[in-house]
Design a binder for this molecule. Sequence first.
Ligand code: F6P
Length: 364
Amino acid sequence: MDKGMRIAINTGGGDAPGLNAVIKAVVMGADSRNWEVYGIKNGYAGLLNTDEMFRLTPAMVHDICSLGGTILGTTNKGNPFKMPITNLAGETEIRDVSDKVMDNFKRLRFDCLIAVGGDGSLEIAYDFFKKGMPVIGVPKTIDNDIRATVITFGFDTAVNIATEAIDRLHSTAKSHDRVMVVEVMGRNAGWIALHSGVSGSANVILIPEIPFDIDKICDHVSELELQGHHYAIVVVAEGAVPLGGRVIDKGNGEVGRQHVVLGGVGEYVAKEIARKTGKDTRSLVLGHLQRGGSPTTFDRLMGLRFGAAAVRMAEEKKFGTMVALNPPVVTAIPLSDVIGNIKRVPTDIDTIKTAREIGISFGD
Ligand code: F6P
């Protein structure tokens, strides 16, 4: 009889609603094959300090599908290939501690790591695969910007939250004859802004893929005014850029972060509209509200399907691949095809054409 597999699972990068559904499906799928699953806490930290690792049983996961966040914890710091280490003199240096992760993985006799993460975490998973670790990736991000999969779980929940927020802004904007600018997540791709903006009847949508001209936005607002529409809703992705300008960020924050913290473009756009049109203007940032809380039905199902597929792929020893949705099937895509490039919104996509045809401006 075949020896049962010992599976390790971690979640890395920003959390996304649906992560716990993946964990549940992995644990249940493995248990049905008499395999064991171990949860690695906080990305790869649990493979460096193995005290932060624990056996996951069906009893622990049976009711976690409806929970936001991840029961394993996550981080967007702590890449083992570029780990910031503070020495006794208080100086921080970047070291490669990936060999220690490999040693622990082998010592604990794991047969597979199921790495659930976004582009950064999947790249780390691929680097470990190249070092000999049997890895299967599961794509996760509310931004929906991972290549080779039509959708990632977390996106649907984030879009629903953003759409509901935009819906709520209409009445207050209309009551005050104001321009409301709402900044949503989407650092490299404008999927959340596009889907929520179109569905929430925004007047202007700004996405990283289409640099915006502030004068065009103001012309659109003024045109609406002439038509007797005295308020406007502008949805802006955090990674949207002014024509000829650059992305607005808040700097790196802590040492070893995998990305700079974006934010501020909504406020910039609001100020410019107020200055150029004289309209009363307010801005707000939805931020992590889009990531928190219970996943939608769609994201739960997507997470369960991805988790179950990852176990099937482990059984078939399809290491070095990522689970992907290519409707109607969930399939395995080589990690090498996925990393190093993200899925941006094609500017000729039907949803953008639809938006333009229903009167939405992209500031271009
Ligand atoms: O990548 C997903 C994302 O939600 C981005 O849209 C956002 O820029 C980033 O995570 C923020 O992550 P954190 O605040 O956790 O660093």
